[in-house]
Design a protein around this ligand. Sequence first.
Ligand code: PA5
Length: 423
Amino acid sequence: MGLRLETENLKGFVEQKDIQALNEDVKRAHEQLEGGTGAGSDFTGWLHLPSLVKDGFLDELVALGKEVRSYSDCLISIGIGGSYLGIRSTLEFLRGEAKLPVYYAGHNMSVDYMQALMEEVRDKDVSVVVISKSGTTTEPALAFRIIKEFLKKKYTEQELQKRIICVTDAKKGALRKIADQCGYRTYVIPDDVGGRFSVLTPVGLVPLAIAGVDVKSLVKGARAAEKEYSIAGVSNNTAHAYAAARFQLFQKGKLIEVLSSFYDNMLSVNEWWKQLFGESEGKNGKGIFPASLILSTDLHSMGQLMQDGVRNIFETFVDIERSNHQIHIPKDPENIDGFNCVAGKDLDFVNKQAYKATAAAHYEGGVPNMTIVLDKPDAFHLGQLYYFFEKAVAVSGYLLSVNPFDQPGVESYKKKMFDLIGK
Ligand code: PA5
């Protein structure tokens, strides 16, 4: 079943006719995207990636996973940005599905973090996936240096060739050179897919398959979404309706989008989404600021601001229809806390009422909101969600008249840092 978009709580802020009014613009954006005539068309390889990934390649990755798990107690995934977030978001969303613990490195340069990581894995058998499209990003490059040095004390060169896998460009970059020189196994990131769109390339698929995630279902879900969102128009395509609604909200001064979920396994998916939307739209003085909340947790910290602060926010909930488990609330004969009213109900029933109450209260408080409804927290539906957001942000970028596929601003800090470190 596909994703659903509920928009009742936009009424009074953005009407259906406002969404419909963008239909022709959305269709034009869709045609530019599909026809490769829009800005950044060199980086639209993600568009048909799900249907282009070969089943044979997925079989190969499943076998790789089995092999690496047979001699590893854990995996360290080294990467940052698009070479990090999709892996973490998938593993955390599919809580409990991984068959191998995964640690992360290269997404920060905190020495205490690195020290703690090395202590954690010191007595374990470790394998490493190093991911960098450019092969030159400082944070993962330094993490790889340090971890390689650490592993050299544990393993022979030959053993390292088995345990280190590089995911990078086919020809360019320092990581490609190192891999070729040292004889490490490599997987290639396609040229036409940018970091934040790369979760379904070897960037995501290699470490996820090693961790034991069902990468076939992930890709299957994305394939279903590729088909579903190939039709243009706000009435036929939920990704297009979402892009149009948020564009109209932005035009009405709603400058911040808060992605909220009552399901805590969405935490890192929210982070992945922030990169996707922030890096795609935030340029030329434009862009909706992507923020996120996990509820009920954040209702008790950010709830006041959401209800009653500056009214420049709109909210997009991600609701998950069916949980993987049920926990019934016990009846308490004394009922001291007064909660026998929900005794016998599944905890998720109350969670859903909290969502409904919050959506209604925020709406009344001046925060228009919509809800993306996902059927189940499994790999198939996550694949759908990834593709849905990718399709939406591409159209959204074109509506804003920006190139959704570049990130020139990310270079600015790097140049200054290189000056400081003498690179
Ligand atoms: O979206 C992007 O392009 C960036 O966030 C990159 O993913 C990030 O900087 C990592 O780049 P690389 O994979 O080249 O090391």
